[in-house]
Design a protein around this ligand. Structure first.
Ligand code: UD1
Length: 418
């Protein structure tokens, strides 16, 4: 296990290039199964979650070649349709692979997925959708067994615009003679990226990015090359890192529109921000002000940036109220930030933060992926030596995190921990 040792209190300055999106890569990697051909993907981040997904694809029989951020996947010889339990447990989004296997083989077996502990993460919506489009599901054995003869034409209403459930349904419905309509679909940019990828390969998916998606089944998909979109959560993380250290930074290779609510809140906090077509420049305000945040499905404030933004608010003047509407257990990180002097109380799905002048260094432990990034951000702001333990969470989702921070002037090293 690794720790980060941060000698905090240094302002970040300079430019950073954002990597490909984790949350777009995972469903697109799953989608490469459907064609039974070779797919070339560019801008795939070198992170643990991608490694686990590639391992699952390999276990199923896909041939993978990887050269830095370029990945070649040949799914022609894939024959297995059971996702091994030990790999399923390592990653929440492994469930998305099930939809892709159904599309190609009309049969899949998988167990309940694992992932970060940020609240109950059921897959009921995924399974209900499968049933609605004609998939028979047997949950009585240790594996969930899904089988279908053909995908049925259906008009589906999602109870909640779940990102994963929308993606899984899109994947399962790509091939066939049917027409599926998903009402109240998730509108996240990663859904658009998945639809763009599939459409380039010959799928007929309309309306991605709106709350109604239509999928007309096609006979087959073809070989395709595709570049993954930039990671909006990584971009937001670096902007907040710039803000909390009182720095001036420019993030490149980003789609500013994707993080518009975060930019708006940073401005409200007192930061000066200039956005360009593919970059965002931030100069931290002299005095940061408290702001209120409510996490919402896209285009609302993203839950994944809540822990990181909340950390910025611990040193912003005044009282901030953060309402977490997506995951009920996403305030765990705050106990660790309190060890660094933050003042905050949790009331149900609300976090009330009373801004303090500064944080002080401490030994802290990551609780989950974005919670881990929040601790690093806190460490960058606190003058002195902070140790952030349990980096395994953070490494799931950030490519070269410490290296990129060092290029911006941070004093951060990775060290073997207990
Ligand atoms: C995806 C993102 C994650 C992000 C989240 C919300 C990936 C790999 N992960 O996760 O980073 O935080 O969207 O933007 O893309 N729910 C159910 N039943 C279901 C499915 C979901 O009740 O079958 C609930 C969840 O418990 C949660 C809410 O719906 O409360 C949102 O979950 P969802 O949008 O599905 O998130 P993920 O796809 O898991």
């Amino acid at each position: 296990m690794y720790d980060y040792i941060i000698n905090g209190g240094k302002k970040l300055h300079g430019e950073v290039t954002i990597s490909g999106s984790k949350n777009a890569s995972l469903p697109i990697l799953a989608a490469t199964i459907i064609s039974g051909k070779t797919t070339k993907l560019y801008n795939v981040p070198n992170i643990e979650d991608v490694k686990i997904t590639l391992k699952i694809l390999e276990t199923l029989g896909c041939k993978i070649k990887r050269d830095k951020n370029k990945v070649l996947i040949n799914s022609k010889y894939m024959t297995k349709t059971r996702i091994p339990d030990e790999l399923m447990r390592k990653l929440r989004s492994s469930v998305i692979i099930a939809g892709a296997i159904i599309a190609r083989f009309k049969s899949v077996e998988f167990s309940y997925p694992g992932g970060c502990d940020i609240g109950a993460r059921p897959i009921d919506l995924h399974l209900e959708n499968f049933k609605k489009i004609g998939v028979n599901i047997n949950e009585n054995s240790s594996y969930i067994e899904c089988k279908c003869d053909k995908i049925l034409t259906k008009n589906i209403q999602l109870d909640f615009p779940s990102v994963g459930a929308t993606e899984n349904l899109m994947l399962a419905s790509v091939l066939g003679n049917h027409e599926i309509t998903i009402n109240n679909s998730a509108m996240e940019p990663e859904i658009v990226d998945l639809a763009n990828f599939l459409n380039r390969a010959g799928a007929k998916i309309y309306g991605a990015g709106t709350n109604i998606i239509k999928i007309k089944g096609v006979e087959r998909l073809k070989e395709v090359s595709y570049k993954i979109m930039p990671d909006r959560i990584e971009a937001g993380t670096f902007l907040i890192a710039g803000a909390i250290t009182g720095g001036t930074i420019k993030v490149n290779d980003v789609v500013p529109e994707h993080i518009a609510p975060v930019v708006a809140k940073l401005r409200e906090c007192g930061c000066e921000i200039i956005t360009d077509k593919k970059s965002i420049y931030l100069s931290a305000g002299k005095k940061l002000k408290a702001v209120d945040i409510k996490t919402m499905p896209y285009p609302g404030f993203p839950t994944d940036l809540q822990p990181i933004f909340s950390t910025l608010l611990t040193i912003s003047k005044g009282t901030s109220i953060i309402t977490e509407n997506i995951f009920e257990n996403r305030f765990k990180f705050i106990q660790e930030i309190k060890r660094m002097g933050a003042k905050a109380t949790i009331e149900g799905k609300t976090l009330v933060i009373k801004g303090v002048k500064k944080l002080h260094p401490a030994n802290v432990e990551s609780t989950d992926l974005r919670g881990g990034a929040a601790l690093v951000i806190a460490g960058l702001s606190a003058k002195g030596k902070t140790r952030v333990k349990k980096l395994q969470y953070l490494l799931r989702g950030y490519e070269d995190f410490d290296k990129k921070l060092r290029l911006l002037g941070a004093d951060i090293i990775r060290e073997e921990g207990d």
